[in-house]
Design a protein around this ligand. Structure first.
Ligand SMILES: [Zn+2]
Length: 366
């Protein structure tokens, strides 16, 4: 341990088990709560994760001050950036492109309907825009829509989706322009000059859990929204029924990418600290919740974690014997049809009890 404290993070030598020839991952122990600054916390879960053949133990710590759950140690920015390649945003091997496109478009239209109940139209900034589907969809429906993402792979994919889908992306890499008016920028909102009060809507779809220090983002978002403008954020819910049922195997944990784990109360606290007023919390997510619970349940019987998503992407990593592969597929075929309706029932029950596995929070700048 060679530590120095910088902004609440203590830089330490990596404790990972090193494999010959593999580069080590620099990590930081998170000393204080990213939301309230309290240094008192307790162990919530402990998980081992292998990244590029380097094993690391991660702890999920629960803040005694506000209840936020956060991951410690945290990978360095450079190592985290490597986790967001094109494969992360979308499978390249999905065999049903037409069906996938229809489902993706349906998801965007449902999102648009939910946000337009609060803001009918205007200027949108989608933070962590990923593959760009939501930005293209909103631009197609009359919004002045901008997406921002720090990942170059995501931006390339977003511009490509503009050429394939709703618009005519020029793909010229200058951050501007698509035939449908969608615009994409690289970096964080601090890297670009957004005028105070210039936006009507900010969306963060499954993004906040990836941001280790969320307070500056909440404050900047508050500044660049107009009065009456809305921030809409969806996150996995660490206090939801699915998280409680699946424990440390829950898909929503996604260690080490997810750095903080919100509940309705901790997300409310973070937003209210920045001056927002929470108007509504949605506990129903057909898109994520049943699949996440099914995925987590099957991980109890598969010989390796994440076999379902790897198999769906046709990207099962090597060193899997034919027998092991056959066992996992047989398990999926036998147990999948039994577990799927049970997971749908459990997650629907969780939503009705306001313990959804994934939540959407709608907050207004008054
Ligand atoms: Zn806290």
């Amino acid at each position: 341990m060679n530590g120095s404290t910088e902004g609440g993070l203590k830089t330490v030598a990596n404790s990972a088990e090193l494999v010959a020839g593999m580069s080590r991952h620099e990590t930081h122990a998170v000393e204080s709560c990213p939301l309230c600054g309290d240094s008192r916390n307790s162990l919530f879960h402990q998980l081992r994760h292998t990244l590029n053949k380097v094993e690391q133990t991660y702890e999920l710590r629960k803040c005694r001050g506000c209840g936020l759950v956060f991951v410690s140690p945290r990978l360095s920015e450079a190592a985290l950036t490597q986790l967001y390649d094109q494969e992360y945003y979308f499978s390249t091997g999905w065999p049903y492109d037409g069906l996938a496109a229809r489902i993706i478009e349906y998801i965007q239209s449902q999102r648009r309907r939910r946000v337009e109940r609060f803001v009918p139209t205007g200027r949108l900034l989608d933070i962590g825009s990923g593959s760009g589907h939501f930005v293209h969809h909103m631009a197609h429906h009359g919004w002045e829509a901008t997406g921002i993402d720090f990942s170059a792979a995501a931006l390339a994919l977003a511009r490509l989706n503009g050429t394939n889908g709703n618009g005519n992306g020029n793909g010229n890499g200058n951050g501007n322009g698509n035939g449908n008016g969608a615009r994409f920028l690289q970096g964080s909102i601090e890297d670009h000059q957004f005028a105070p009060g210039s936006l009507d809507l900010i969306t963060l779809w499954q993004v906040l859990e990836h941001i280790g220090e969320p307070r500056p983002l909440f404050q900047t978002s508050h500044q660049i929204l107009r009065r009456g403008g809305m921030l809409v954020a969806s996150v996995p819910n660490i206090e939801g029924l699915s998280s409680r049922l699946a424990g440390e195997r829950w898909w929503g944990l996604d260690v080490p990418r997810h750095l903080v784990h919100y509940s309705p109360s901790t997300l409310r606290r973070g937003l209210e600290q920045a001056g927002f007023r929470v108007m509504h919390v949605n506990h129903f997510s057909l898109q994520y919740d049943p699949y996440a619970l099914l995925h987590s349940s099957l991980d109890w019987v598969f010989t390796r974690r994440h076999f379902l998503s790897d198999f769906a992407k046709r990207n099962v990593p090597g060193k899997l014997s034919g027998l092991e592969f056959a066992y996992n597929v047989a398990t999926l075929v036998v147990l999948g049809p039994v577990l799927a309706p049970l997971c749908l029932l459990a997650t629907t029950t969780g939503s009705c009890l306001r313990q959804g596995g994934f939540i959407e929070v709608f907050a207004r700048r008054d």
